[in-house]
Unconditional design. Structure first.
Lengths: 148, 400
């Protein structure tokens, strides 16, 4: 498998082609825009949080395959989590994507773990992490996030 | 062969020969420039305009010779009309703060164009915040050419300064700057031309253009990073206050007052980028020895070839199709984000830039977040363009 296939894995290409929970929903309680302006990656996230639970997680925007696939996977893995659980996943995700860390994955992150190989392309880590920081911003009431 | 003069082109990336098509971001440097920089550090390493010792004198001579080479390259009346700066960004900021600022009052206007790099937008926005002046913009069309129909209205009694880019870094459009300079002068408006992308590609003659200021970035024209020159008409430079205070720019300092040095030293506070300046002079001499006509001819050939070659990629759309164009190709491909294209073709050795290229208003006009940009220089080859096309086809296949 060439390096390029480690970045553009089939699962990532598939999520990019058919992103889940993609599109602006009719209603939401929390919203933020994740923007990496230099790269041209835009991921908008729309959350419905009720009684401390992420009942729905949607996204849209125009971004590269890595950012799109990461967001798609993230929505599937995090829908239904409590905000506290989401924060624990976010911490695990940050640890997994940290350039300095080993290629450690976490069972709780499910399919999101497939993104660990993006670390072999350091300039693309920011694409994979954008949606997570956007959700974090939305939860904390910040309108925007960037990972550039 | 000219290409052999650029050792940076011999690199391999990901085990493939480098295909360097990111020249609008920064060019490769010829041996003559590398030798000049190294030669200064090895044999003339001393501060300039200060010492009485031999190396200080020889370093000063090299630095001033470099100024002379730059003056010849852009046909300035005198080397004294050139100020060494870090690049065009500093050139624009210098003019904004020392020439334009004192001429402005609230409600006055500064005119730029839609094709500007952020470095020829933001310094004017800062100036507008400082003075209450208003920034006006010459619009552009779908081809990425300036629309001059309303120029008479845009250039009016409130207009106090104009600043336009000679060649667009993201679309390659060559602007009709001579016509714009004439139009500005007909209204009594002084004008700066941002020549960052022009100096490496076309013959620049500041006397023929009759512009008030012209900026050049060294690293775009095969010289060192952090080097550049600002040309200004002598009458302006002599009347302008200094930009920064410090050593070199003074002739006498007491605690009560300071007498400034003469132009250009007045604008060159502190020990300058000596090696960079000397290297930039070598770049100018290199370009003069190659010949601007030859560079322009090669640019033309590469532009025609690339334009046709890119048509082999289905769903590829070139952004910016001006009649007068430098070999710069911004493009998008249906179904593949620019960022992904950049990563994939890098894998095949092809270096391009992706994103907004520091020209966000241009991409807002086209409704795009950004593009892929292949920018060529005279040392690129048709074979390299073929590698670009092949790698783009592979990127497309991957996303099919």
């Amino acid at each position: 498998m060439s390096d390029l296939n480690l970045l553009y894995k089939q699962a990532i290409l598939e999520h990019n082609r058919n992103p889940r929970n993609f599109g602006k929903p009719d209603a939401w309680t929390h919203h933020a825009e994740g923007l990496n302006a230099i790269c041209g990656d835009l991921v908008e996230v729309y959350l419905t949080i009720k009684d401390g639970v992420l009942e729905a997680v949607h996204f849209d925007g125009e971004s590269c395959a890595i950012a799109t696939a990461s967001a798609s996977m993230m929505t599937e893995v995090t829908t239904g989590l409590s905000v506290a659980q989401w924060q624990a996943r976010f911490a695990q995700f940050k640890q997994m994507m940290d350039k300095r860390s080993q290629d450690q994955t976490f069972a709780e992150l499910g399919q999101v773990s497939t993104l660990v190989t993006v670390k072999k392309f350091p300039s693309r880590i920011k694409s994979a992490t954008l949606c997570w920081y956007a959700v974090d911003a939305a939860i904390h009431g910040r309108p925007t996030a960037t990972t550039e | 062969m000219l290409r052999d003069q650029f050792p940076g082109l011999n690199n391999q990336v990901h085990g493939k020969p480098l295909v360097y098509l990111d020249n609008a971001a920064t060019a490769q440097r010829p041996l003559a420039v590398l030798d000049a920089v190294n030669g200064y550090y090895l044999h003339h390493n001393a501060n300039i305009h200060r010492g009485v010792h031999a190396m200080s004198e020889s370093a000063t001579e090299l630095y001033e010779q470099a100024r002379g080479s730059l003056a010849r390259l852009i046909n300035a009346p005198s080397p004294k009309d050139l100020i060494f700066v870090r690049g065009c960004t500093e050139g624009v900021n210098l003019v904004a703060q020392t020439f334009v600022r004192s001429r402005l009052k609230a409600g006055d206007e500064i005119l730029i164009s839609h094709l500007e790099h952020h470095s020829n937008i933001v310094p004017w926005q800062i100036l507008c915040e400082q003075t209450g002046a208003v920034l006006k913009v010459i619009p552009m069309n779908e081809q990425g050419e300036l629309v001059l129909d309303d120029l008479d209205r845009l250039l009016n009694a409130r207009t106090k300064f104009m600043s336009v880019v000679h060649i667009s870094n993201s679309l390659g459009t060559i602007n009709p700057v001579k016509k714009l300079i004439k139009a500005a002068h007909d209204q009594g408006v002084p004008i700066l031309v941002d020549g960052a992308q022009a100096a490496p590609h076309i013959k620049v003659d500041v006397q023929d253009l009759d512009c008030d200021f012209y900026t050049v970035s060294g690293h775009k024209m095969y010289g060192p990073t952090g080097s550049g020159v600002l040309y200004g008409k002598a009458e302006h430079l002599n009347a302008m206050p200094p930009y920064q205070g410090g050593g070199e720019m003074i002739s006498k300092v007491t605690f009560e007052s300071t007498v400034y040095n003469a132009v250009p030293a007045k604008f060159e506070a502190g020990t300058p980028n000596i090696a960079g300046g000397i290297g930039l002079g070598a770049a100018a001499e290199f370009m003069l020895s190659v010949g601007l006509e030859r560079i322009e001819q090669r640019d033309h050939e590469l532009r025609i070839y690339t334009e046709q070659a890119l048509q082999q990629v289905d769903g590829l759309r070139i952004i910016g199709t001006a009649a007068q164009k430098s070999p710069v190709f911004s493009f998008v491909i249906d179904g593949v984000h620019a960022h992904d294209i950049g990563t994939i073709i890098d894998h095949y050795g092809v270096a391009v830039r992706t994103g907004h290229h520091c020209t966000m208003p241009i991409f807002q006009f086209f409704g795009l977040a950004g593009s892929c940009r292949a920018s060529l220089a005279f040392y690129n080859t048709e074979q390299e363009v073929d590698v670009l096309v092949e790698s783009l086809l592979k990127a497309k296949a991957m996303f099919a």
